[in-house]
Design a protein around this ligand. Sequence first.
Ligand code: SAM
Length: 395
Amino acid sequence: MTPSARTQAAIELLDQIIAAARESGAAADTLIARYFATRRYAGSKDRRAVRELVYAAIRKAGDRPENGRAAMLLVADADPALAATFDGSTHAPAPIGKDEPRARAGVAPQWLTKALRASGLDGAALTDLAGRATLDLRVNTLIADRPAVLAALPEAEATPHAPDGIRLPTGTNVEALPLFNEGALEVQDEGSQIVGLAMQAKPGQRIVDLCAGAGGKTLALAAMMANTGTVLACDTDRNRLSRLAPRATRAGAAIIETQLLNPTREIEALSEWAGRADGVLVDAPCSGTGTWRRNPEARWRLTPDRVSRLQSTQQQVLSVAATLVKPGGALVYIVCSLLDAEGTDQVTWFLGAHPGWTIAPLSLPAGAVHGHGVRLEPGRDGTDGFFVARLISPC
Ligand SMILES: C[S@@+](CC[C@H](N)C(=O)[O-])C[C@H]1O[C@@H](n2cnc3c(N)ncnc32)[C@H](O)[C@@H]1O
C-alpha cells in the first residue's frame, strides 16, 4: 500500500470506529481485525502502519469526531509527511481543503474532563490517561517463579512494583511462548496485579470473587493461596465466566469453583456463603476510565447516564458482598476508574449504609492514598488506573 492508501484506510476505519462508538457497536480492535480480514493485499507492515494512524487519531481526539477524515486531519496538522498523503491520487484522500473541520483535540469529552479534574487529576496525570500501555504479565507462582521466568525470557524485565510481574516488549506474541502455554504466565496489567494484593488472601481461606469475569484476579488469588482453601468465582455474564475454567486448568489452579449469578437474585444463590467468607473481592463493573491506555475510544462511548447506572450496580454488588463477609472479614472494593463517583464516593455511601464497617489502611507496592483508599494512576505509577479500598466487617 502507498502511504496515501494507508491514510485512506485509516480514515475508513475511523469512520467505522466512530459509528460503533455512537451505536454501542464493536470495539476498535475488532473492527480493525475485520477490516483487514477482507483486504488480503495489505501486508503486515501496512496493517501496523494503518493501526498506528488509527490509534494516533483516537488518542488525540477527546470528543467523538464527526468523521474519520476530521480525526485524521487533527493528526496531520502536526505531521507534515502525513498531511502530504492527502494528495487526491488513486486510493488517496482528497487534498486538504481550506477551513476543513478538525476533530477537537483533548483528553476526553468536556463533561468527563471536568469530572476527572474534580477527582483530583490535572496536567500530565490527566493527559497520560490515554497514553500507551505496557505489555505486563503475572508469573503464576503455582508453576514457576519470576527469577526463573526472567532467566528463560531475556527480552523480559521485572515490573517495577508488582512482585510477580514481568514486562515484555509491546507486540510480543504471548500465545506463542512455551511458558504461556505451560500456564506459567497470565497476561495481567501491573496495576491489576497490585490491587489484587489488597485482598491479602492466605492459604486455607474461603474467598469470594464476586465480579470475577474471565478470572484475571481469581487466578491470582488461587496462586496467593498456594492452591489451598476455596475461591468462589461469580459473575452475571455467562460468556466471561465460562472462559475461567480452561484458564484455571492451564494455570493448575485447583481451588476455584464458579457460580453464574442472576443479577437480582445473588443473595439467594449465595446463601451457603452468607457471613462465612474470610474475604470478598468486588472488582466492580465501572466506566473503565483507568483503562483508556488500552481502549482509548472508550472515552467516546461514555455518557453521564451510563456512569450513573454503573454507580447503582456498584452499590448493589457492594450490598451483596457485605452479606457474605464473616465478622471481622474483609471486603475489597476495586474499580478501574479514576472518577471519585465510582471510587471513594462509593465507599462513603457504603459506610453510611452499613454501620459498623471500618476502613483498613492499605500498604501496596505502588499508588497513593486517595480518599478512603489507594489510587493507581497511569502517569505516576505507569499502570492502568485503579481505585481500591479495604473494608472490615464488624465483629
Ligand atoms: C471489572 S469486570 C471484572 C474483571 C475481573 N475481575 C478480572 O480481573 O479480569 C466486572 C465484572 O462484573 C460483572 N458484573 C456485572 N454486574 C454484576 C453483578 N450484579 N454481580 C456480579 N458480577 C457482575 C461483569 O459481568 C464483569 O465481568
